[in-house]
Design a protein around this ligand. Structure first.
Ligand code: R5P
Length: 312
């Protein structure tokens, strides 16, 4: 059982979030240098003694892949510096969408990432809202899976919205949507996209009552914004009143901000599992802070206490 000191260090992908978590933990961020050589190669050095220490390394692995490499090198450096236990804290687990061989000759990159983390020396993983929960089984080490739902739920409850329908924007989001609707005391609707023939444009069907109601579209992540915006347009067409889009991870790639700005969406709510990578995001984008939840999880892991108590 690890009862030694706790230290949180981070790479360049999650510095702001790691600093926020450290403020909750009441300790400074552990000292680690993560820089580049002139040719772009990564250099990592832990700048304090971590011998026997319970080390948590925070790094979300959104692109570029350098972020994953930094994380692996930090794990490697801590292991070689005789850390007591190493937990990879990945608020956003990148490559999670490549979780199965659904086409010939494709990589299952999520499994590859899991292999790399374990082989490099991670003893545990702490992550938030995996794209598919079965990724937990890709690891033969303990993995603690947090949900952003308590943070999102607290915010939406504070809005005191009436007549709310939680909308799953595709079939894959039904389970998450149902759980969210249950806790909000709201109804559930599902956007069902289908192509009846290969040469036919996509048809959208909405299962559930949305006319005149406040719609909360819920997804695990927003990347290009295509899924959420398509769903929002369909809800608008069917007479929805207020449309709010919400996701655990705001990846926001390509023209996502422009698309979201132009879509019939009143507000886009995400958490800070990864930073907003744009200078001027639209004012309708709201970012909720998940640092307190992460700090509680880190403390509970350190003190060998339950994590499921944080799911409420
Ligand atoms: C899909 O299975 C996911 O849950 C998201 O709906 C999807 O990845 C969002 O991507 P985009 O914003 O690019 O439509």
């Amino acid at each position: 059982m690890v009862k030694n000191r706790l230290r949180l260090i981070c790479g360049n992908a999650s510095r702001d979030l790691a600093e926020a978590v450290c403020r909750h933990l009441g300790q400074p961020l552990g000292r680690a240098e993560v820089t580049r050589f002139a040719d772009g190669e990564i250099f990592v050095q832990i700048e304090e003694n971590v011998r026997g220490v319970d080390v948590f390394i925070m790094q979300s692995t959104y692109p570029p892949a350098e972020h994953m490499m930094e994380l692996l090198m930090l794990i490697d450096a801590c292991r070689r510096a005789s850390a007591g236990r190493i937990t990879a804290v990945m608020p956003y687990f990148g490559y999670a969408r490549a979780d199965r061989k659904d086409q010939p000759r494709v990589s299952i990159a999520a499994k590859l990432c899991a292999n790399l983390l374990v082989q490099t020396g991670a003893d545990r993983v702490l992550t938030v809202d995996l794209h598919s929960p079965q990724i937990q089984g890709f690891f033969d080490i303990p993995l603690d899976h947090l949900y952003a739902a308590p943070v999102l739920m607290q915010y939406f409850t504070s809005l005191n919205m009436e007549d709310v329908v939680v909308v799953a924007p595709d079939a894959g989001g039904v389970k998450m949507g149902r759980a969210f609707a249950k806790r909000l005391g709201a109804d559930l609707a599902i956007v069902d996209k289908r192509r009846t023939r290969a040469d036919q444009a996509e048809l959208m069907n909405v299962i559930g009552e949305v006319e005149g109601r406040n719609c909360l579209i819920l997804d695990d992540l927003i990347s290009t914004g295509g899924t959420i915006c398509q769903a929002a347009r369909e809800l608008q067409r069917r007479g929805a009143r207020r449309i709010i889009a919400c996701a655990s991870h705001g990846v926001f790639s390509g023209q996502a901000f422009q698309l979201l700005d132009e879509a019939p969406i009143d507000e886009v709510t995400v958490t800070n599992t990864l930073p907003l990578r744009a200078a001027n995001p639209p004012s309708k984008v709201r970012v909720l802070d998940i640092s307190k939840l992460l700090s509680k999880a880190i403390l509970n892991i350190h003190h060998e206490e339950s994590i499921s108590s944080l799911f409420i």
